[in-house]
Design a binder for this molecule. Structure first.
Ligand SMILES: Nc1nc2c(ncn2[C@@H]2O[C@H](COP(=O)(O)OP(=O)(O)OP(=O)(O)O)[C@@H](O)[C@H]2O)c(=O)[nH]1
Ligand SMILES: [Mg+2]
Length: 437
């Protein structure tokens, strides 16, 4: 009996000990779970990346925009996905535009892949083409080029001093500091390698440098499928509307049906000015009522072109609004609207620059490029300035193709740009008598 009682007491003692230890462990465990509340944050952070990694669909977009062989088109197709809706946009429009962009995303993916314009082949310029351009460049040749010729009259020997003087001429001819430096560096290298023995060799080298700079990235306009949309942008007075009229005339001559979109709704006289061109060239002008929304005008113009089977829509835009940021926001909106109507990115955004503004044109290009995807340049008023050297700075610094140059006010004075012809016309060794500085 005593043994049984001993066993029972033993079991009770063991059970009590077990119960005590189990109870103590649970208490400690609970403390451990509760205490690290701060540690719970890192664990939340650890969860965060999947949320950030959400842009999965964005990653998928380039895949949709597939044509791997056409990087530029793919890049353009990505843009609306990558670009967040600009915060400056009024709220009510923001939603609409997000919807617009989503809607636009579908056709963009399904649209015919844009036909990439082949880079221009460096053909030898014809004598006639060079002659025809030369008179348009008379002022620049009379200034900048005559001054280079003047250097050789003072000095026959090609030495570092002459190259320094040449450097100064380039800078004061609005070629731009960076581009002038680059040209000079190459000329110095040629001189050190005995490649600049005399004046003729310097002219040859200048033409080669010019051709290298201006020929880079040159390509024809990319006008893939009917209708194509060319958006024409630039500050006020540079020659946008005139260039549009001249361009429309050129396309009409090629048998294309053109529609002009009166997207400068800010300046009262802008619409009638475009209408004059429309009548002159024989093409429809789509306009809004009063101070219409330019984005809506461009949208309507593209839709009209789709309905009527027109080939090209050329859209005019304002050169000035109340502020520069207003202007840039408006242009972004116009571009988005054009994109929505087309179902693909705008085909060409042609920035018009006025060569008489010299260095300012280089800065303007930077500002427009910051705001929208400029695809090419039209450089106007080369006939009225000695600052034509600015074309080298624009192309070199901004790596944009020049499609057209304006050398007068007549329709035929808008010339298709060809780097080789331009360089030959500009850097031809001048006749000493006629080109004396
Ligand atoms: N000499 C010369 N004049 C030009 C050339 N291109 C345009 N112009 C003139 O420049 C002036 C301004 O041209 P517009 O086409 O009205 O300029 P815009 O950029 O549309 O101006 P806004 O509508 O005010 O923004 C006009 O008198 C044109 O005839 C050119 O290549 N050479
Ligand atoms: Mg205008």
């Amino acid at each position: 009996m005593e043994t049984v009682a001993g066993i029972v007491i033993g079991v009770i003692v063991v059970a009590a000990l077990l119960w005590f230890f189990l109870f103590r462990d649970k208490g400690e465990g609970a403390g451990k779970l509760e205490a690290p509340t701060p540690e719970a944050k890192p664990s939340k952070k650890a969860e965060a990346p999947p949320a950030k990694a959400k842009p999965e669909p964005a990653k998928a977009a380039p895949a949709k925009a597939e044509p791997a062989a056409k990087p530029a088109a793919a890049k353009k197709a990505e843009a609306p996905v990558a670009k967040p809706a600009p915060a400056a946009e009024p709220e009510d429009e923001e939603e609409d535009e997000e919807e617009e962009e989503e809607e636009a995303a579908e056709p963009a993916a399904a649209a015919e892949p844009a036909v990439e314009a082949a880079p221009k082949k460096p053909a030898e310029p014809t004598k006639e083409a060079v002659e025809a351009l030369r008179s348009g460049l008379d002022k620049t040749r009379g200034g900048f080029i005559a001054r280079i010729a003047g250097l050789f009259r003072k000095k026959k020997e090609i030495d570092p001093e002459l190259l320094n003087d040449l450097h100064e001429v380039l800078i004061t001819a609005d070629v731009g500091v960076k581009t002038s430096e680059k040209i000079l560096e190459n000329l110095r290298e040629r001189m050190n390698n005995d490649g600049l023995s005399d004046e003729d060799a310097v002219w040859v080298a200048l033409r080669e440098e010019g051709r290298m700079i201006l020929g880079k990235g040159q390509r024809d306009l990319r006008l893939p499928s009917s209708p194509s949309l060319i958006l024409v942008v630039g500050v006020n007075g540079v020659g946008k509307t005139t260039t549009i009229g001249k361009l429309a005339s050129r396309f009409k001559e090629q048998g294309k049906e053109v529609i002009l979109a009166a997207g400068d709704t800010f300046r009262a006289a802008a619409v009638p000015q475009l209408e004059v061109w429309g009548r002159r060239v024989g093409c429809t002008v789509v306009k809004g009522k009063g101070k219409a929304d330019p984005a809506a005008v461009v949208f309507d113009a593209v839709k009209k072109a789709q309905e009527t089977g027109a080939d090209i829509v050329i859209a005019d835009t304002a050169g000035r609004l109340h502020t520069k940021s207003n202007l840039m926001e408006e242009l972004k909106k116009v571009a988005r609207s054009g994109e929505k109507a087309l179902g693909r990115p705008v085909d060409e955004v042609l920035l018009v620059l006025d060569s008489t503004t010299g260095q300012n044109a280089i800065q303007q290009a930077a500002q427009f490029k910051d705001a929208i995807e400029v695809t090419g340049i039209a450089l106007t008023k080369l006939d009225g300035t000695a600052k034509g050297g600015v074309i080298l700075g624009i192309v070199d610094e901004h790596e944009l193709p020049v499609h057209f140059i304006g050398v007068g006010e007549r329709v035929e004075d808008l010339r298709e740009f060809d780097a080789a012809t331009f360089v030959q016309a500009l850097f031809a060794k001048p006749d000493d008598e006629t080109m004396a500085a």
